[in-house]
Design a binder for this molecule. Structure first.
Ligand SMILES: [Zn+2]
Length: 289
C-alpha cells in the first residue's frame, strides 16, 4: 500500500530545522489540488533549486531518508521554477510512484491543514506554529489547533463468493470501490460499518472483522478496513446521491488490479485471492499479498 515504503525511512516527529541545500520542497497549488514536479522524471525540487528569497517561506514537514522535507507556504501564489511544472496530485497515485506517492500525499494532508488554519477559530488572530509539537497556536487567546485527521471506514460486504462493489458519484476517483464512509462523532468504527452499509446499500451486516488501516492524505483520512457478512435480505438498495453503481460481484469476475496502493484495492485483491477475509491476525495487511 501507499505507506509501505521500505527501505525508505519516514519520520514524522516534529523537529523543525533550517533548510539545507539537499532538503526536499513540496509546493502545492492548493485550490487546484496540484503539486510541483520536475518535467522530466516527476521528482520534487530540492532547496538548492529555489531562489534565496523563497527559503524564508519554507515550513518544516517531516524527514525522509534523513533529508528534511519542507512545504512552500504560499499555496495561493506557489513557486515557479524552470524545468518544473504543476500536475494534479492524483499523479501520485499512479502505479509505481514509489515513495513519492506516500510522501506527497502526506505533505498534501499537512498542506491542506495549514491552508485551512490561518486564523484562530476563537478570536480571529493569525495563528503561529507551535515550538515543541506540530500544532498552531493563537498568540492572543492561547487556542491550540492540532492537525485534522478524518477517520473513515472501507467496508467489504461479502456473501460467500461475492462482494458488494461500488463506484462513487461526483469524485475525482472513477475506479471501482467498496462501500465507505466517515466515522461520525459518538460511534465506534464498527457502528460506522453497520450504519454506512445500511445507508449506501440497504443491507444489514454481521461478523465485522478489522483488516487494517491506511493513512490517506489525499483526503485527510485515516482509513480503517473491515470485512463483514451480509445478513437477511440480499437485495441492494443503492444510495443514489452517493453512488453511481453498487452491485454484487462474484469473486471469479473480479479482474486483478496491479495498483495496490490503496486499502480499497488491497481489500478487493484479498477477496479475489481468498487471502485475509478472516480479518487481521498480525502484522500489516499488505504483508499477505
Ligand atoms: Zn485566538
Amino acid at each position: 500500500m501507499i505507506q509501505d515504503i521500505k527501505p525508505h525511512i519516514y519520520h514524522n516527529e516534529y523537529r523543525p530545522a533550517p533548510p539545507e541545500d539537499r532538503d526536499l520542497v513540496f509546493s502545492f497549488a492548493g485550490q487546484k489540488r496540484q503539486i510541483l514536479l520536475s518535467e522530466d522524471e516527476n521528482h520534487i525540487p530540492r532547496v538548492e533549486n529555489l531562489p534565496k528569497t523563497a527559503r524564508e517561506k519554507l515550513r518544516y514537514l517531516f524527514s525522509l531518508d534523513g533529508k528534511n522535507c519542507f512545504l512552500y507556504e504560499d499555496q495561493e501564489k506557489p513557486l515557479t521554477l524552470g524545468g518544473f511544472s504543476y500536475d494534479g496530485i492524483k499523479t501520485l497515485r499512479r502505479d509505481g510512484s514509489d515513495v513519492l506517492g506516500f510522501a506527497g500525499s502526506t505533505a498534501w494532508h499537512l498542506a491542506t491543514w495549514y491552508r485551512k488554519n490561518v486564523h484562530c477559530g476563537v478570536c480571529g488572530a493569525v495563528l503561529v506554529p507551535g515550538k515543541k509539537e506540530r500544532c498552531l497556536v493563537c498568540p492572543d487567546c492561547g487556542n491550540v489547533v492540532y492537525p485534522t485527521i478524518a477517520p473513515a471506514v472501507i467496508i467489504g460486504i461479502t456473501d460467500g463468493d461475492r462482494i458488494v462493489m461500488t463506484r462513487y458519484r461526483g469524485r475525482e476517483y472513477k475506479g471501482r470501490a467498496l462501500v465507505a464512509g466517515f466515522c461520525e462523532i459518538g460511534e465506534e468504527a464498527e457502528d460506522t460499518v453497520r450504519r454506512e452499509a445500511k445507508e449506501e446499500t440497504g443491507l444489514s451486516v454481521t461478523n465485522i472483522r478489522y483488516v487494517g488501516s491506511q493513512p490517506w492524505g489525499f483526503d485527510s483520512n485515516l482509513l480503517l478496513g473491515y470485512f463483514c457478512d451480509v445478513t437477511g435480505d440480499r437485495t441492494i438498495t443503492r444510495q443514489e446521491d452517493e453512488l453511481a453503481a453498487c452491485e454484487w460481484v462474484a469473486r471469479r469476475d473480479i479482474t486483478p488490479d496491479p495498483n495496490l496502493l490503496s486499502l480499497t484495492a488491497t481489500m478487493i485483491e484479498r477477496f479475489r485471492t481468498g487471502t485475509g477475509e478472516e480479518g487481521r491476525r498480525d502484522g500489516k495487511i499488505s504483508q499477505g499479498i
